[in-house]
Design a protein around this ligand. Structure first.
Ligand SMILES: [Mn+2]
Length: 254
């Protein structure tokens, strides 16, 4: 499994990462064969071309599917936020979205097919022994006891027009660092016991903001919480080159 962190509209960086990993070939087509690729969410905001990023991910998902490969795309808070800015009229959501790096070129290019696609993407996934979620946060437990429950709750919420529920969700997504610090390994273990998996992989909080590394030097994932958490947010919008994180295939013969 190949994993890519928060892209935030950085389309040229994304295409270079995918090409270098052998996942993207001529004419921007899927070249990964039967490989699996997962995006950790946050396609939009803080960067120039969120719609372009989503269109590439949608295309790769179709092409990979036709070739025995698989492209997973998680839902990030910025992806829900731009939907809110489009859906609800009034200054409240527009202001919130702009404060979070909203790019008007994206909002004006966002079409129904993008909205429909974003709405259907899962909030969490488990593949092999790895649990994937966008945020380093535990609020997911308030949305469901199982991965399927959480994903269904998210999808239903994004389909319905209950503005206060959207507000609560986006407020919940402001949680970060839930697995940091001296209790981090315990919190991670509890979260993994709830949803399954031996390791939690997330984005949402740029590695630079955790390690204080200068943006351009972050070129690999950050493992912490006694090795049970892996942060894949390379802070591409901060100036990081980004990276493709490779998860070894699970060993079935034990
Ligand atoms: Mn995020």
């Amino acid at each position: 499994m190949y994993v890519i962190g928060d892209v935030h509209g950085q389309l040229p960086k994304l295409t270079r990462l995918l090409s270098d990993a052998g996942l993207l070939g001529d004419a921007q087509r899927w070249a990964g064969g039967d490989a699996a690729l997962l995006f950790i969410g946050d396609y939009f905001d803080r960067g120039p071309d969120g719609v372009g990023v989503v269109e590439l991910v949608m295309r790769l998902q179709r092409q990979a599917g036709a070739e025995g490969g698989k492209v997973y795309a998680l839902l990030g808070n910025h992806d829900a936020l731009i939907l809110a800015a489009r859906r609800f009229s009034g200054k409240y959501w527009l202001d919130a979205w702009e404060r979070n790096g909203g790019n008007h070129a994206d909002l004006s290019r966002l079409r129904d097919e993008h909205v429909e696609w974003i709405t259907k993407q899962p909030a969490m996934l488990r593949v092999g022994d790895v649990l994937y979620a966008h945020a380093d946060a535990t609020f997911y437990t308030r949305y469901g006891d199982t991965i399927e429950d959480v994903n269904a709750t998210f999808t239903n919420l994004l389909r319905a027009g209950d503005e206060s529920a959207w507000d609560q969700l986006l407020d919940d997504f402001s949680e970060r660092h839930a697995f940091d610090g001296p209790d981090g390994a315990d919190s991670t273990a509890r979260f993994l016991r709830q949803y399954g998996g031996d390791q939690l992989m997330h984005g949402h909080t740029p590695i630079q903001k955790v390690t204080s590394a200068s943006p351009e030097t972050v070129v690999c994932a950050h493992r912490y919480a006694a090795g049970r958490c892996v942060n894949v947010d390379g802070g591409m919008y901060l100036g990081g080159p980004g990276f493709v994180h490779k998860v070894p295939a699970p060993i079935h013969s034990r």
